[in-house]
Design a protein around this ligand. Structure first.
Ligand code: NAG
Ligand code: NAG
Ligand code: NAG
Length: 396
């Protein structure tokens, strides 16, 4: 089955809190070194940084147990109220829409030791996180570098002190049929909806750097499994996600699922894309209690963020509807199938005052308008679209 990643103009503002789908194992191969706050290891670490563990209680003293108890109370208090604090990427919670790279939303993520930072596209329509790695066919970085200020990077398991092999007998390995043996490296290949667009290579395990979003901003090092993308094809070579794709789907291989299954966060995350293209991402965010909710129709075999649309309102026209839709940040504009397409585009056209643009075979949109100066705002507030054209598509 192809994972979603479709490109072209537009995306409206969206705020999404996502609760992850069915859980199944998944955590058994992930490891985390846990050091007690006053352990000898942590003490050595503090001393190596500051010269002396100032204020560090001597083991066995009243102060030591006092400090322990109050720390435990703080932890337990936090657990009772809100579980672990939400976490975000160590490079920051910001997401950014980049027009020259498929109008997708990107974030900076760091992996490995020493860490390497990637500008990755955020995709709720697929599951695997992959980055260019030991490249055989990757986006040509020289021409890419001219299109953004970001320098494109490459990962190599051999260059990371913390990388671990993911063998074929790992339960996150799906392509076991293509393995030569139980302990050979697990291969992966993901085909996306965009024409001839795919990524393939082998799975690898390494550290993803995150930080807590509470006042402490503590670094969280999560061991995750991701794709060492040696061969990319199609859009990944130029217009989209040239430096990696961050799958945010519900399957157990996605980073949100790994974080939840390993106990780093609760099983939800939020992303918010502003109209100016700048947004936020937060893992473990449970939203606010007064927030409106809609259930996902979860297919156990291939769970997706599938929601039911029960009504549509375009400007002043509201009508009932009955269809399902995928919430997919990797699709750069919104698609509707008929009858919804005709309903929405008809209601939209009826309310637009501007002169319609003569259909042009080079433009993949049916409804385009010559816009008066300043009318952009009216249009974007009625459809959540701020481009020249109504980005509606039919017959999917
Ligand atoms: C995102 O990060 C900024 C700066 O680090 C911080 O001020 C802001 O509160 C964060 N936003 C959310 C929603 O956590
Ligand atoms: C990484 O190291 C392994 C084992 O030393 C070697 O077989 C492999 O060719 C190396 N890969 C790269 C891309 O250098
Ligand atoms: C979404 O859910 C609906 C209702 O369960 C189902 O008919 C539809 O096939 C699902 N779509 C996808 C793409 O999974």
């Amino acid at each position: 089955m192809a994972s979603a990643l479709l490109l072209l103009p537009v995306l409206s503002a969206a705020f999404l809190i996502v609760a992850l789908g069915p859980r199944g194992g998944g955590a058994s191969t992930l490891r985390l070194d846990i050091h007690h706050r006053f352990s000898a290891t942590v003490r050595r670490w503090v001393e190596s940084r500051s010269g002396a563990a100032v204020g560090w209680p001597e083991r066995g003293t009243v102060e030591y147990y006092e400090a322990l108890a109050s720390h435990d109370r703080a932890i337990r208090g936090r657990a009772l109220s809100d579980a672990p604090p939400p976490i975000t990427f160590s490079e920051g919670n910001a997401t950014l829409r980049i027009s020259s790279l498929g109008f997708l939303h990107y974030a900076m993520v760091s992996v490995g030791t020493p860490s390497v930072t990637f500008l990755v596209a955020l995709d709720t329509g697929s599951d695997l996180f992959w980055v260019p790695c030991d490249c055989l066919s990757c986006a040509p970085s020289a021409s890419m570098n001219q299109r953004t200020d970001f320098e494109f990077s490459m990962y190599s398991p051999n260059m990371s002190l913390t990388s671990q092999k993911v063998p074929c007998n790992n339960n996150l390995c799906e392509l076991q049929s293509e393995c030569s043996g139980a302990t050979s490296l697990c291969p992966y290949k993901v085909a996306y909806v965009s024409a001839d667009t795919s990524s393939s290579g082998t799975l690898v395990e390494d550290i993803l750097y995150l930080m807590t979003e509470d006042a402490r901003s503590e670094v969280v090092e999560a061991r995750i499994v991701f794709g060492c993308g040696q061969v990319q094809t199609g859009s990944f070579l130029d217009v989209a996600a040239p430096n990696g794709l961050f799958g945010l789907g519900m399957e157990k291989i996605s980073v949100p699922s790994i974080l939840a299954n390993s106990g780093f966060t609760s099983d939800s995350f939020s992303i918010c894309f502003g109209r100016d293209g700048i947004g936020r991402i937060s893992f473990g965010d449970r939203g606010s209690s007064d927030q409106k909710e809609t259930p996902f129709s979860v297919n156990k075999v291939h769970p997706t963020y599938n929601i039911s649309i029960v009504g549509i309102s375009v400007g002043s026209t509201a009508t009932k509807a009955d269809f399902s839709a995928l919430v997919d940040t990797g699709t750069s504009f919104t698609y509707f199938a008929d009858p919804a397409y005709t309903q929405i585009s008809g209601a939209f056209h009826a309310q637009v005052q501007d002169k319609r643009y003569v259909p042009d075979s080079r433009i993949p949109f049916e409804y385009c308008y010559y816009m008066r100066y300043g009318s952009d705002k009216v249009m974007s507030s009625s459809l959540g679209i701020s481009s020249l054209c109504s980005a509606l598509y039919t017959n999917l």
